[in-house]
Design a protein around this ligand. Structure first.
Ligand SMILES: NC(=O)c1ccc[n+]([C@@H]2O[C@H](COP(=O)([O-])OP(=O)(O)OC[C@H]3O[C@@H](n4cnc5c(N)ncnc54)[C@H](OP(=O)(O)O)[C@@H]3O)[C@@H](O)[C@H]2O)c1
Length: 249
């Protein structure tokens, strides 16, 4: 089995890579940070899988085209693709830095489209595969501090729903992954209390198990999933009242 993780240099993607190290044949790990990729290659050298690392910026379409086409040429079959690249920066509602919104959409949403523009046709041709896309609970509804990040994750969730039925026709399993708060570089930026904060390792375990079971939706932790799903169906007046209380806004 050949596994490709995009955004594998840090946090959840890195911990997921560890999970696949002894359970797959070829493990292809991508991210921008060259020094970290070299470290990982060294660290993972005693695992069962043959590890291939490459620096990739998902926001640059030509970089995606060249590097992913080459990866496909070398490996021919890609069984599992996990899109874990992500960007988040908290910001003030009234001071809109347009470039921050642009970057968030570029990494989270357009980055995914850039890599899928190469990978999806290949999965279709091979008539099998699995896609795991890491979105977020923040995609379920608008939240304070999340007016750039939340919409990018909502777009990912909608996109994944849009491709699911067509992917089924070609035996491509699709999973949308919506974590709550996970310790990583992204959440280090938060100054507010993060309920049910978990380690990247624990999040990777849950994602790994969910992908093994080929679940369409991997949303966790359970109390946050119940809360966010309930909030979704509430009248907006009650929604804003509850969100104001739980986020202390
Ligand atoms: N932490 C949380 O609480 C939480 C909650 C819900 C969802 N998520 C999502 O989980 C995913 C992983 O995030 P994380 O928390 O593990 O954060 P992280 O430690 O910062 O990891 C983000 C990963 O994305 C990669 N990345 C960023 N920009 C990229 C680019 N332009 N091209 C290619 N790769 C890029 C980073 O690698 P390089 O910097 O080396 O490129 C890194 O490997 C993200 O999609 C995030 O939105 C996180």
């Amino acid at each position: 089995m050949n596994v490709l993780i995009i955004g594998a240099t840090f946090g959840i993607g890195y911990e997921l890579a560890k999970k696949y190290l002894n359970t797959c044949d070829n493990l292809i790990l991508l991210g921008r940070t060259q020094s970290k990729l070299e470290e990982i290659k060294q660290e993972f050298s005693s695992g069962k899988a043959k590890v291939f690392t490459e620096s990739l910026d998902v926001t640059i379409l030509d970089d995606c085209k060249n590097k992913l086409s080459n990866i496909i040429k070398i490996n021919s079959t890609i069984d599992k693709v996990i899109y874990c690249s992500g960007y988040y920066e908290p910001h003030d509602t009234f001071e809109i830095d347009v470039s921050l919104f642009q970057k968030t959409m570029d990494v989270n949403f357009m980055g995914m489209i850039n890599v899928f523009s190469i990978l999806l046709p290949h999965l279709k041709n091979q008539n099998h595969g699995q896609l795991g896309i890491v979105a977020s609970l923040a995609g379920f509804g608008g939240l304070p501090n999340s007016s750039s990040y939340g919409p990018s994750k909502a777009a990912m969730m909608n996109y994944v729903e849009s491709i699911k039925i067509d992917c089924d026709k070609y035996n491509i399993k699709v999973s949308i992954i919506n974590p709550g708060f996970v310790q990583s570089r992204l959440t280090e930026k938060n100054t507010f209390d993060m309920p049910f904060l978990m380690t990247s390792e624990k999040a990777a375990n849950i994602i790994y198990e969910g992908l093994q079971k080929e679940k369409y939706e991997i949303t966790f932790p359970l109390p946050m999933m119940i809360l966010f799903k309930s909030l979704r169906i509430l009248p907006r007046s009650i929604y804003f009242w509850v969100v104001k209380i739980i986020t202390k806004s």
